[in-house]
Design a protein around this ligand. Sequence first.
Ligand code: ZN
Length: 403
Amino acid sequence: MPQKPHSGNYKMLGETIPQTSLECYLEPSRAIFSDLLGYKPEQTSLQSLNEEQWKMFCQSIGFNQSSFGIFLPRNQTAVIPLHVKKSELSLFHEYFGHGLYCEQSLQGRRLVSLEKELLEQEKQEFLSRKFTLEDVQKFRRTNLIFKELEELRRKNLGAYELFAVWTEYFLSREFGLRDGFERKYEFLEKENKEVVDSVINFSRQYGDLATFYTQGLARKITTERVKKLLEDIYGLEAVQNSRLILLTGSKKPFSDIDLFASSNYLQSIKNNWLDLVVFNNEDFERRIGLFEIQVTSPIMVGEFVAGNKSYLQQKRNQLQEQPITEQAVQYNLAKAEEQKFLASQFQESSEEGKIGLSYSETYLANALALKEGLRLFTKEELISHSRGEKFIELKGGIIKCNN
Ligand SMILES: [Zn+2]
């Protein structure tokens, strides 16, 4: 009987699996991922085959047996021949690269779910009769799921493959196996080599976390992980010298990481996974004095990432205590007008138009609340208030109550 080699959640398939040289890389690699990203492969299986088994397997699926390994998205299994040199590189590529991508990216999850749907339909079709590879191919030619799958593969193949090569590079580097990696990809076509190099260079400049996130991997956000990310991107000193960095937003795995900073050392950044808004220290103070929602909201509800904690507390107190001036009311009114004007430059139904109007509404609500002497610090509170909903203080929390 095969014994369970480790307590991890992966499965070893088949009865005659040789105890492999891969095992010494498996758990340490899983630990590296847990540490860096906050997760590791959970649904991905590993099947390692000896030469004879590999030959038979390749024949059965019509696959080139001189390959280094294969990943099958439909059952999320990495199949790796053990007789090839440096089979650990295949483990990094197939099991961790393709495996993680299929578990932790939206494109990968889509790929798996389409494959599973297709599998179900093929089962229905071929359950009760004998069939050949040709029969399956013929069935697929007219199958809609298969068409969608082909379309997804066509669009996404570059990203899918590049992610696995990057992962292979990343783990090779962690284990001091970079020579092996470089020899394996020595003969890559110039064009492909440039793409791989650009990812590696990106990782050297911005760090490993940013490199995984840029390629669409889920973001499991903690304040520690965000701090590490910023240190990689901006440098340790820039983060250490910043007065305040706060984490806001939903923290959902496929939403932006929303960050807010008062700093003379960071620059604002916005891409498809990171949104950092930076004000320099002087500007930040000025906006606090004016009760600008863009700074008051993060101060009151943001999570502390880095900087000076007692400064944060000071600013929270200041917002509860500083006088509400006519200047602050006028400032927020003017901002409401400005945003409304900006929104009018776009079509009402466009994303820009909607965002502009939403900002405008929030500024206006803030101006009106301040005029009444009310200090409301989140967009939700402000909008509810301006729409005539009342808040009731209840055991330290606020609940909303419609009139
Ligand atoms: Zn691959």
